[in-house]
Structure formats: C-alpha cells, structure tokens
Write a protein that binds this ligand. Structure first.
Ligand SMILES: Cc1ncc(COP(=O)(O)O)c(C=O)c1O
Length: 448
C-alpha cells in the first residue's frame, strides 16, 4: 500500500514521465499555462488529500475540522494579496474551478431567464460567461439568457458605447468584465457606471490576469466590482482552483448557496496550495516575475510586428496577445498544427469576423509559462523568430499544388524543415529550468 507510483503502476508512471518530458522540451506559449512551485506540489501531494470537509469553514455540518485554520489562512491571504478590507470583502476559497465559480455566482444571484452580458467569444470572451457561440458547438443555456457585447473594430478594444446602449435596452442583471483572449486592460469605472445605471451587478472574472492585478501592474477591478472571480493557476501560478470575492452585502446569499447547495466539500490539498501561492504573490520575486511576464509579451509582439505581422488591437497590455493570421491567408488551425509538430504550444483562436467556431483566424500567445522557466527578453525574440519560421513553412506547404487541402497535417508531419525546426526548439527548450518538478528521467525510457 505504501509503494511508489513507479512500483504499483508502471503504465501510468510512464505516461506521466512522457508528459513531464513534453513540458520540458516544448516552448509553452498558451497564456493560461504555467509551472507551479515545489511548495504548491508538496501541498497537493500532502495528507490534506485525505480530508473531506462539508460546506465552508466554520459552518460545517460535521462540526469543525482541523483544516478550518488552513482554509481561513487561505482566505486571509487572498484578501491580503488583493489589499482588501475584511469588513468590506469576503472570499470563498472552496470552489473547484473558474467555470464552476462563475456558474455558482449566476445560480446564486440570478432568477431563471435573467439576462447577463459578457464579452463575445469571438472577441475573446469565455464560454462560462454565457457567450453565444455559433451553432454546432452551441450548448443551450437553460438557466439564464445571455447577450454578449463586442469590440470596436477600429481599435480592437471593448466597445463601451455599444455595451451601454445594449445594456439600457435589455437591462441585464449581471455585467461581466474579464475574458480569455483580450490583450488590453479594462476601464472598470465605465463598466461600473453602466452597471449602476441599469441596475446590474458588476462582476469581474480576472482568471487570466489575476497575478498581474495582485502585482498592481494592471487596473484594479476591486475598486469598482461587486463580485470578482478568478482561477488560481494561469498568471497566479498556483494549483487548479478558484476564488470568489464578494462585497459583504452579498455574503449571506453567496456563502450559503455555494456550498453545500451547488458543490460538496472543497479540495483541501488544493486550498493549501492556493494559500501557499497567495503567500508567494507578496514576494518581490513574484512581483518581478509579473513585470517580466508583461515585458516579454510586449517583446514577442513587437518582434512579430517588426516582421510585418498583425496583432489584434495592435499590441498588448498584459500577458497575452492575439496574432491575426488572416493577412497571411493562413488559418489559426494550420498554424497551431505546424507549431505543435515543431514543439511550440499555441492555441488557435477566433478573431473578430470569424463565422465558424471550428475554423479560426488567429492564434493566442502568452508569456507566463516560459517566463517562469527563466526565458529572458532575448529568448522571447528567438521564440518570435521560431514562430515566423513555422508560419513560412506552413505557407510553403499550403502553396504546394501537390498537397491537397486535406493533406496538410500529413505534409507537416513529413516535412524536413519542420523536423529541423522541432530539433532546434527542443534544444532551446530543455535549457530552461522546470520549477516544481524533478526532471530526472528513467534511463532508457522512450519519452517521445
Ligand atoms: C476568463 C476565464 N474564466 C474562467 C475559466 C475557466 O476556468 P476552469 O477551467 O478552471 O473552469 C477560464 C479558463 O480558461 C477563463 O479563461
């Protein structure tokens, strides 16, 4: 019973080793990915994995437990990391994930068929904000109705005037700021003014840039929001999980509804991991990391612009950017595919004007993971050049009259230039450290 994973389950152990090797030898540019610390990993694999706790701390059905002080410490640190007064704000640390946290707020504060407004998915919004997405993949939202707002096509930034007009017309109960693929900062004061005028709750989902808010490098949503949700990984660099911050006037509803009504016991090992990561947010090292995340993202963007490419909104204020590939005549799908073959991890993404949810016009690139691994601004310039090469190879393959439209993936797999790029990316990537993980591998293991 006390044997290690390698002893009891070689098959799974090997799969995890392969994944570790993939992480080590790949340039990770997906903005929501990151590498958490050894301290967080220690929490995840600790005895807290054994402890079930019903409801939220100090309101237990089973009576108080020894983990209540851990959950309380997490709450105290969460308020501190965002400079919040405990008389004005409360925080729930038990929610399992960002999407669930958002749903928990909707289920708590909305009546059936109330309306919510979030950023449209083709403009970078997240599905859990009730985004309307083109047919086929559309899930029917049965609990509430969603009317999304969009971007001003001339600037690529939120179209606040249109948001205001629509909000006046439909009177939403919740207006949401925050997204998954929006590279610019938000005017929370304007959001709040619109929300106030139409009687809506103003909610911010800062899942992506939560770390940058803590380091005070972007605008502070807490100055204006009624509710703030966030994931705890992405820029925060903690374990999987979520936090729900609420102004005290919402306390009764929010804290009684979320647990045990909408979920059962919190994952205590994860909550401990979040607590230790929130402590890290206070350090100068982390604040310096956040600064570098933004700097590195700007560098990659400027290098791409210098190479003649187009970024949505012309650049970035944050940890991510959106590369519009339509001027090159390449889809995000093909760019993602060729990058994957060359060991560069990016995600295809919708750009304004896309009409299909399956064929997307751009890719999303982020700097948090490689910055954690120690990549410098010079390294990010090299990364931009790797992307430039990948794109040019993709264009060559696409232009080859001998390669049919359905043979692109095969042609990528067999292309010697892709293989050469992959080898160089591999050698580039393995030189960076991988925090939190022991990177020794079993000798003779087939890791590819
Ligand atoms: C803005 C935003 N909110 C919520 C989520 C969902 O988080 P989770 O996957 O933890 O449910 C994401 C995930 O990417 C996100 O980008």
């Amino acid at each position: 019973m006390d044997s290690s994973l390698a002893e009891v389950d070689q098959e799974l152990f090997d799969l995890i080793e392969k994944e570790k090797y993939r992480q080590l030898s790949t340039i990770e540019l997906i903005p929501s990915e990151n590498f958490t610390s050894r301290a967080v990993m220690d929490c995840l694999g600790s005895c807290l994995a054994n402890q079930y706790t019903e409801s939220i701390s100090y309101r237990r059905y089973y009576g108080e437990t020894r983990v209540d002080p851990i959950q309380n410490l997490c709450q105290t640190r969460a308020l501190k990391a965002y400079r919040l007064d405990k008389n004005e704000w409360g925080v729930i640390v038990e929610s399992y994930s960002g999407s669930l946290a958002n749903f928990q707020i909707f289920a708590t504060l909305l009546k059936p068929h109330d309306k919510i407004m979030g950023l449209n998915i083709t403009a970078g919004g997240h599905l859990s904000h009730g985004c309307i997405i083109p047919k086929k993949t559309n899930q029917k939202v049965v609990f509430y109705e969603s009317v999304s707002y969009g971007l001003d096509p001339s600037t690529g930034t939120v179209d606040y005037d249109n948001l205001e007009k629509t909000a006046r017309l439909i009177c939403p109960k919740i207006i949401i700021a925050g997204a998954s693929a929006y590279p610019r900062d938000y005017d929370y004061g304007r959001f709040k003014a619109i929300s106030k005028e139409v009687g809506a709750i103003f909610m911010v989902d800062m899942a992506h840039y939560c770390g940058l808010v803590s380091s005070q490098l972007v605008n502070d949503p807490f100055l204006h929001a009624d509710i703030v949700t966030t994931t705890t990984y992405k820029t925060m660099r903690g374990p999987r999980g979520a936090l729900i911050f609420y102004r005290k006037s919402f306390e009764e509803k929010v804290s009684t509804m979320i647990s045990p009504s909408i979920q059962g016991g919190g994952h205590n090992n994860s909550i401990a991991g979040i607590a230790t990561q929130l402590r890290e947010l206070e350090t100068n090292e982390y604040k310096d990391y956040s600064r570098k995340v933004i700097e590195n993202c700007k560098i990659i963007g400027e290098t791409l612009i210098g190479l003649g490419y187009t970024l949505l909104s012309g650049g970035t204020d944050t940890h991510l950017l959106l590369w519009d590939l339509r001027p090159q005549g390449l889809t995000g799908n093909k760019m993602e595919k060729i990058c994957e073959a060359a060991k560069i991890n990016v995600s295809k993404y919708a750009v304004p004007g896309d009409t299909s949810s399956l064929i997307l016009g751009g890719i999303r690139i982020g700097s948090p993971a490689m910055t954690t691994r120690g990549a410098t601004s010079e390294d990010f310039k090299k990364i931009a050049h790797f992307l430039h090469r990948a794109l040019n190879i993709a264009l060559e393959i696409q232009a080859d009259p001998m390669i049919g439209p359905n043979d692109f993936d095969n042609a990528v797999a067999q292309n010697p230039k892709v293989q050469q790029l992959k080898d160089q990316v591999h050698d580039f990537s393995i030189q960076f450290r991988m925090p939190g993980t022991d990177v020794l591998f079993m000798r003779n293991a087939n890791l590819e």
